[in-house]
Design a binder for this molecule. Structure first.
Ligand code: NOJ
Length: 522
């Protein structure tokens, strides 16, 4: 394969395997299901697929508790099927990104089982963070999922887990931990993976001695540690051997610190969660876009645009609420009043906005179908966030419900599909020119013509409730304008030669109504 920088402007589709498509009818998505739907993904017009962890896992955290990186979970299929999938996807022009979870492993991983068996002081325990028995936990850290990030072994020892007790943290000061991950990267690159998404990428390194949180705002003991940059420089050299890309899951509010991970010898790109976290508001989103582009420019990395993933409330629901209840731990709520028509109008406009911006863009499965967040009956919830919040937070299952494919229903599913979801079925939307699916298909096709244009130029016509910008393709390739009206007043379209695409109907006088976006050829 030739050396290209495809990732700078790619559209990447996130496949949550367990809920994408069910090939054997047992209610759990699997690789056979994905393989059968590859033509659907190619027709959608994305460039690459990112698979959330598909490895052997007890599924204590939806697969982010990996027991073996070189084995596909039998619920999903086999390694041979994964290899076939990669090849079939590539033949359809789709690259594959796999998920790597370096901060922790499953408590069923052979290393952790060996550490428990070998006991205190053993070399096996040096791969993790064990501490001797004591009345109080060894430090005052708080788990990313809430509560104390320390649990006890049967002998009373403590071990660290920034997420659930079933996800012990690895000790990244240990050469064996580093070497193993380099080998796992090679394992998947040699099988044709075009890159990796790195889970919790800013958490792996811990301050020596695991000190308490600093009282004076000093360096954080486990977020954004300086040691991480050396790890990613090593990974970058390895990735370059395979022309593969490194994509970081990095939640950091400071854009300058975020961009340090994207220096030319570190990660290629990282998810832009600031954009995702902003409300549907022109000033907020403009600020986020401007800040994002300004932060990326000095390091020469492309921005990324993300509206949804498997951890956050689905876009049409988020934008259909007066106030977003957020996606930080224990902040989601059930039963929040939601206007799905409003949310859908905004999500359609947001799709055109994000797909017009310079950089790469991520779609989460079901976003192209306009799926809302589902409310899961508490007794069916599987996400550990629910129980860890004392049942206050419904957890993340509401965005993980298996996709509706068929107009006449899809059979059993491990999380219940809400009544009436057939109306979102891909089969039904496929033939409807006004559907969300048709909007995404058309937008992704049109985007190919201008996605490699340079940066954006804000248009001067702006009123405070409007975002509008131009992307000009060099060498006479033309200019595309994107105009988004957050309203309420309608907006007159700027001078143009052709209306390329609109997220909803224009007003009778040809104006752009509230919560609507257009792409124009200037
Ligand atoms: C981030 C993943 O996206 C999330 O689903 C997971 O629970 C945590 N990292 C822990 O691996």
């Amino acid at each position: 394969m030739s050396r290209t920088e495809w990732w700078r402007s790619a559209a990447i589709y996130q496949v949550y395997v367990r809920s994408f498509a069910d090939g054997n009818g047992d209610g759990t998505g699997d690789l056979a299901g994905v393989r059968a739907r590859l033509p659907y993904l190619a027709e959608l017009g994305v460039d690459a697929l990112w698979f959330t962890p598909w490895y052997l896992s007890p599924l204590a955290d939806g697969g982010y508790d990996v027991a073996d990186y070189r084995t596909i979970d039998p619920a999903f299929g086999t390694l041979a099927e994964a290899e076939a999938l990669l090849a079939e996807a590539r033949a359809l022009g789709l690259r594959t990104i796999v998920d790597i979870v370096p901060n922790h492993v499953s408590d069923q991983h052979p290393w952790f089982k060996a550490a428990l068996a070998a006991g205190p002081g053993s070399p096996e325990q040096e791969l993790f963070h064990f501490r001797p028995p004591s009345a109080e936990p060894p430090n005052d850290w708080v788990s990313e999922f809430g509560g104390v990030p320390w649990s006890r072994t049967e002998s009373g020892q403590w071990y660290l887990h920034l997420f659930t007790p079933e996800q012990p943290d690895l000790n990244w000061n240990h050469p064996k931990v580093r070497q193993e991950h380099e080998e796992v990267l090679r394992f998947w690159f040699e099988r044709g993976a075009a890159g990796v998404r790195i889970d919790s990428a800013a958490l792996l390194a811990k301050a020596d001695g695991l000190p308490d949180m600093p009282a004076d705002g000093g360096p954080h003991p486990f977020h954004d540690r300086p040691e991480l940059h050396g790890i990613y420089r090593t990974w970058r050299r390895l990735a370059e051997e395979y022309d593969a890309v490194l994509i970081g899951e990095i939640w950091l509010p400071d854009p300058e610190r975020f961009a340090r991970y994207l220096r030319p010898d570190e990660l290629h790109t990282a998810f832009n969660f600031d954009f995702l976290a902003r409300p549907w508001d022109a000033a907020e989103l403009r600020e986020s876009i401007a800040m994002t582009l300004a932060a990326h420019a000095p390091v020469g990395a492309p921005a990324t645009w993300v509206l949804a993933n498997h951890d956050v409330t689905r876009t049409v629901t988020r934008y259909g609420r007066a106030e977003d209840t957020g996606f930080a731990f224990a902040r989601k709520r059930s039963g929040v009043p939601t206007d799905l028509d409003l949310g859908t109008r905004r999500a359609r406009a947001a799709a055109l906005l994000s797909l017009a911006l310079p950089g790469s863009v991520y779609l989460y499965q079901g976003e192209e179908l306009g799926l809302p967040e589902a409310e899961i009956p508490p007794e069916r919830v599987q996400d550990p966030m629910h129980a860890r919040s004392g049942g206050v937070d419904p957890g993340r299952d509401g965005c993980r419900v298996p996709l509706p494919w068929r107009t006449d229903g899809d059979g059993p599913s491990w999380l219940p599909r809400p009544a009436g979801w057939e109306r979102y079925a891909a089969e039904r939307q496929s033939g409807d020119a006004d559907s969300m699916l048709s909007l995404y298909r058309t937008a992704l096709r049109l985007r190919r013509a201008f996605r490699d244009a340079g940066g954006l130029r804000w248009l001067p016509m702006e009123a405070p409730h409007v975002l509008s910008f131009a992307r000009t393709v060099p060498d006479g390739g033309g200019t595309v304008l994107c105009v988004v009206n957050f309203g309420p007043p309608e907006v007159a379209l700027p001078a143009h030669r052709e209306l390329l695409l609109a997220s909803g109907p224009l007003t009778p006088s040809g104006g752009l109504p509230q919560d609507t976006a257009v792409w124009l050829r200037a």
